[in-house]
Design a protein around this ligand. Structure first.
Ligand SMILES: [Ca+2]
Length: 209
């Protein structure tokens, strides 16, 4: 087998499999998460509705809340919400995919506020929080969560371009309080190594404790 065939096969197989499965993809995806902090799980579902997607929560008492959000994700891919505690306050937030690039997913975050329902996490200027996970040959994007630092930040994003001299980009930390996100610090880096601490960010660290 030639190298080209090897690469072609390795790259083509998952795409073909996804294509074949396309007609059978479910039109919703559900997870369990404790979004109101009472210790019991809610049933969280993301589904497609017309040109939008809808994230919803059903509670143990059968009450129900939902919020629609625009998504540029083709077909039914990446419906699955990620469960994350961005504010490290013990209640789960929901990360939903709003766009799918070649190698990078774009996320929005929703948090549950009693009397309001599922509210999109936004900045004080009203702009929705948007962040990414992925990268590839030319870029890197990721995020992480951590216990509050000196500025109260619990959420960090990293975005970088890969250059001949290393990674050029920015690391930004945020304080997240309920549905409001506030930048607390930013570090630019140039020529950073792949294993440099400033470029490290593990989305798994955002899992609720
Ligand atoms: Ca709960």
């Amino acid at each position: 087998m030639t190298l080209a065939a090897l690469l072609g096969g390795a790259l083509a197989t998952p795409v073909a499999a996804a294509g074949e499965a396309g007609g059978d993809l479910p039109d919703s995806a559900s997870v369990q998460a404790d979004i109101n902090g009472d210790g019991g799980p809610e049933l969280i579902t993301v589904r497609e509705r017309d040109d939008d997607r809808v994230v919803s929560a059903r509670f143990a008492d059968h009450s129900y809340v939902e919020s629609a959000f625009p998504s540029n994700t083709a077909g039914r891919l990446n419906l699955d919400p990620r469960v994350a505690d961005l504010g490290r306050d013990g209640t789960a937030d929901l990360l939903v995919t709003t766009a799918t690039g070649a190698n990078t997913l774009t996320f929005a975050a929703f948090t549950y506020i009693p009397e309001q329902g599922l509210v999109r996490v936004t900045g004080t200027d009203g702009a929705p929080l948007t962040f990414h996970d992925g990268g590839g040959a030319t870029s890197l994007a990721s995020y992480a969560c951590h216990e509050p630092d000196d500025d109260g930040a619990t959420f960090t994003t990293v975005r970088a371009e890969r250059t001949d001299g290393g990674l050029d980009g920015v690391r930004t930390s945020y304080e997240v309080t309920r549905d409001t996100v506030v930048p607390r610090g930013q570090t630019e880096f140039h020529g950073a190594a792949e294993d440099a601490p400033v470029v490290q960010a593990d989305p798994a660290s955002c899992a609720p404790a």
